[in-house]
Design a protein. Sequence first.
Lengths: 565, 296
Amino acid sequence: MKLKALSGSMVLALMVTACSSNAPTSSQTDAADSTQKGESTQQAASGTDLSYARYEEPVTVSIGWAIPNENGQLADGDTNDNNIVTRYLEKLTNIKVVHEWEAKMGEAFQQKVNLSIASADIPDAMVVDRNQFRKLLENDMLEDLTAVYDQYGSRLVKDIYDSTDGLALKDATFDGKLYALPNVAIEADAPTLLWIRQDWLDKVNLPAPKTVDDIARIAQAFVEQDPDGNGAADTIGLPGDKAVNFGGKTQLNGYDGIFNAFHAFPKNWVKGADGKVVYGSITPENKEALALLAQWYKDGLIDKEFALRKETQETIVANKAGMFFGPWWAPYYPLPDAMKNDPKADWKLYAAPQDANGEFTTHMAPVTDRYLVVKKGMKNPEAIVKLLNAFTRLERKQDPNKADVDALQKYREAQNIDPRSYYPFDLLLDFSDALKRSYDVLTKAEKGEISRDELDVQMQASYDAIMKEKENPKKDLTAWARATAILQGGAVLAQPMNKVYSLYYGLTPTMETKWATLDKLENETFLRIIVGSQPIGAFDDFVKKWKALGGDQITQEIEQIANGQ
Amino acid sequence: MKVRKNALHYHVMILPSLAALILFSIVPIFGAVIAFEEFQPVRGIFGSPWVGLDHFKYMMLLPDSKQIFFNTVFLAVLKIIANLIVPLAFALLMNELRMKFVKKWVQTIVYLPHFLSWVLLATIFFDIFSLDGIINRFFGLFGAEPILFFASNAWFPAIIVTTDVWKEFGFAAIIYLAAFAGINPALYEAAGIDGASRFRQLLHVTLPGVRTTVILLATLALGNVMNANFDQIFNMYNPLVYQSADIIDTYVYRTGLLSLQYSLATAVGLLKSVISFLLIIVSYALASRYANYRIF
């Protein structure tokens, strides 16, 4: 199930980034926002700076390439390493890209990367994940990219990295040196939000929730007042997941929101009151959150059987739950199933609960989880930066070579493939606030301030979904999902919120061997405290045990890493 | 050993299965060496650094280790005992039944569950024991508060053992029924002439008649003391009952395959195998002594 939800979120993230890919262009029509971005676009288009300069003499780079899952096929005669996309990029940069090896995207590609690291035979450049990146660093196999990035990185690429407040690059920097060009994922996937059935809320006559107490009141009303009106006491207040917290990108039924409201940040590394690094699951604030959840469980506000459920979404899909914690993309999954069973459902999204100061506080997810790395000693590391510049500009619809872009678009329609899949690297750079951007553009379009023609293809699709939903609410669940996720998710996430980033997202050497045990201890303790099979005092024992079993050592390692940067 | 010419083709026929046995059961044993290494898949078995007994020491430090060893032995022993007594009792009852037709039917029905998979049964039992399941509803009639059986460390081992027995007793009873059939009817006749009641006959003829079978099964079961049935527990447990139901096999599965701690998982598994091996030797010695059971 978790796998399904996870891949679901990935697909959605891709969809949203795709939807929003036109955002920078559209924002040009928006006078308020256009100054800085307009400039950068112009500069990028001028082609005079080093970032887009074409090599005089052809340069060859070897890469490890991920074979994409595509619906369509390349045109006859085109191959993975010689097609309209590669030819265009080569024409643009005069860089000949050689696929040293190819492997199917996903597990096969990961294995191939592992194998190439193991045999110390990596291509000039490839995309790796966090742990592979660390392995490569440890074995001193990577080229320092600090200088070439400074010199050759395009304005657009730098803007995107800057939109993360330097977090993305920091993630790829060690000892002050940049060893990889990371991706930038959208940050909307991190916060745990609250979905509530408005029709139930109206029935029990309660206002929208703000605090944890409001949530408790609603949960109690949902349990006791038969909101589904079937005459049986079969509704539950709040479903849960046996993982309790997710820490990074949120999933269905995580209680991260409750913990965050108490300023506890489980599964994240945060600065404690004394300024030292501390593991977010062992701070005293967790105890408050756990005590509250245990009380809710005892009072029957939380699904009694949540820890035993094989599928965490069971109660939601069966419309036994009218409120749950989840990500903004829940309208894609699992809500359509719930809507099929009960079309009257009117799901609304809230950023709740707020903390004691009335602010919505949330932990965030790593902005980046993949890294474009360059082999140590490679002759032209700047070629990799130039490739990234070129395909990012194309992907973000800022490529000034209109004839070529049109040709690509035609090819795309004719062959039913996404040109993006044939870039040399599967490394998508998008503004980390992509959902907000697409929300901004689409709400303007909805009001008629931007005409449909000004939107790009994907944005038009979103626009059509919103219009379809407006005319015929809930008739087409695909349109409903897209409209609800973007409009509600965008609106809620546009509100100011207090964002807390983990100080470190990777694995330390000690974590490799001891983390599983600590993680199990944490999960077991939290679960048992919530269901009442252990008293709240067990939390203190957990903290002691956690420290003794390697937690202290790991904290030190993280402290060193956090201070080292 | 001299191979007679006319037996040669039999030995040739064994070859494929022997090859499979060596390939899939003997060769992988050498992989256990990673229990003594800090195994890194990218470096392989030969390239990974040697750490000696580090993983075993770490294992001893883990609070989980004692628990999982205890759980494994506790659950396995309970199952062994229950799986000896219940089928025997059932077989005795069947043996006294004189209506052939009923006997055959009952026997067929009780042995059906043996062929069902735990994946399926776990779901069924989950429903039966859930808050609004049959069991809770039944006790609810008498005003009892519903119990979350699957989340209770007190109830869960009992559920594990009873469901396991329920699934297997019909099948296990076949052996006893066969043993009963092997008892010389003349003994019953003689006992009957001497005026022994049915119950007396059971006590003095039937039971002594199957004594060696019982002893044999009991001693052979010793080899299973470290096996508490991964299939069943993996499908039925949840984090709330790790304390009472997490066994070596499930632990190895989670550490090795989910957390990628290959070496630690192998160390735990290896320890289990070594203990099991010793127990099998002991049980074989006992079986050959008391039940005259010989392989060689």
